[in-house]
Ligand binder design. Structure first.
Ligand code: UTP
Length: 297
């Protein structure tokens, strides 16, 4: 059965160890690309896809995230008095309707799958989206919107798929594909973090999903997987063993892995170069750096 997707889960309970010491006190999702935190890009993408209910799976030390989506009446008043309408508008994007946002705690970081399963009571019996805010995707049509449109035709469960090199495959969940029709691939198997040389394809799963609520029931049927964690990939793959459809969607857009330092820095530069007020100065600086590097070689 195909239904409207109105709920999204944002699993943000990970430890963010790759960004220590910063993430000792700053949640990874609050780190900014230029002047907007990663979580704002994720929320904007969800809104564009028609999401109305936002479910955050959080952990200790993530209260800055809750504050970020709260009203800031003093700040808004000061900006209003000063006539700073552009800044007021930027601030309003951070406001959520009362009741539209819910926070659930994952008490132990047992893995992405476990984090998603913590939201099961709020999801109920509806298809739902999962967005990992550290995967930032730039493009004309937001990635989740592309997937929601494709999902209206397919039903089942759907994961965002990205072509990666064989050497990168062992860092991802990888799809075993039976057929392809344009941007859509039919999945017949999924392996989380395959050992080098054993990946069934070069199509990796990245952080956008539209899932059948049945996936939530699969957590009681699967064991701990790669890294001793309860893996979302394994719960989705279980759909296949029960004869249900899983699709991969080859989205249009440039994905930045903002969970890694190199990816985060690349996204920072790309997003800054996309801004009119920053482009010229930053491009000139990058040119100078490049020339200096070449001269030093
Ligand atoms: P990562 O694999 O990037 O882990 O999680 P991490 O803890 O965020 O970062 P590192 O690897 O230690 O630097 C992918 C997504 O899954 C969430 C994370 O918050 C991130 O959005 N996650 C992961 C959870 O919510 N709970 C978990 O137990 C594990």
């Amino acid at each position: 059965m195909k239904r409207k997707v109105t709920k999204a889960v944002f699993p943000v309970a990970g430890l963010g160890t790759r960004f220590l010491p910063a993430t000792k006190s700053v949640p990874k999702e609050i780190m900014t690309l230029v002047d907007r935190p990663l979580i704002q890009y994720a929320i904007d993408e969800a809104r564009a896809a028609g999401i109305e209910d936002f479910i955050f799976v959080t952990s200790r030390g993530k209260s800055a995230l809750e504050d970020y989506f709260d009203l800031a009446p003093d700040l808004e008043n000061a900006l209003r008095k000063a006539g700073k309408t552009e800044l007021l508008k930027a601030l309003r994007d951070t406001n959520m309707d009362s009741g539209a946002i819910a926070y659930i705690r994952q008490h132990k970081p047992l893995g992405l799958g476990h984090a998603v399963s913590c939201a099961r009571k709020l999801i109920g019996n509806e298809p739902f989206a999962v967005i990992l805010p550290d995967d930032v995707i730039a493009g004309e049509t937001p990635c989740l919107q592309q997937m929601v449109e494709a999902y209206q035709e397919t039903g089942g469960s759907m994961v965002a798929a990205l072509e990666v090199s064989p050497s990168q495959a062992s860092s991802y969940g990888v799809l075993d594909v039976s057929s392809q029709d344009g941007s859509l691939v039919r999945v017949r198997g999924m392996v989380e973090k395959p050992a080098a040389g054993t990946a069934p394809s070069n199509l990796a799963v990245i952080g956008r999903y539209i899932l059948s609520p049945r996936v939530l029931q699969n957590f009681s049927k699967i064991e701990r997987g790669a890294g001793g964690e309860i893996q979302l990939t394994d719960a989705i793959a279980h759909e296949l063993t029960e004869g249900r459809d899983v699709f991969g969607y080859l989205f249009d857009g440039k994905r930045f892995d903002c969970g890694s330092k190199a990816g985060f820095l690349q996204a920072t530069v790309a997003f800054a170069l996309a801004r009119d007020e920053l482009r010229d100065e930053l491009a000139a600086f990058l040119d100078t750096l490049h020339t200096q590097r070449q001269a030093a070689q």
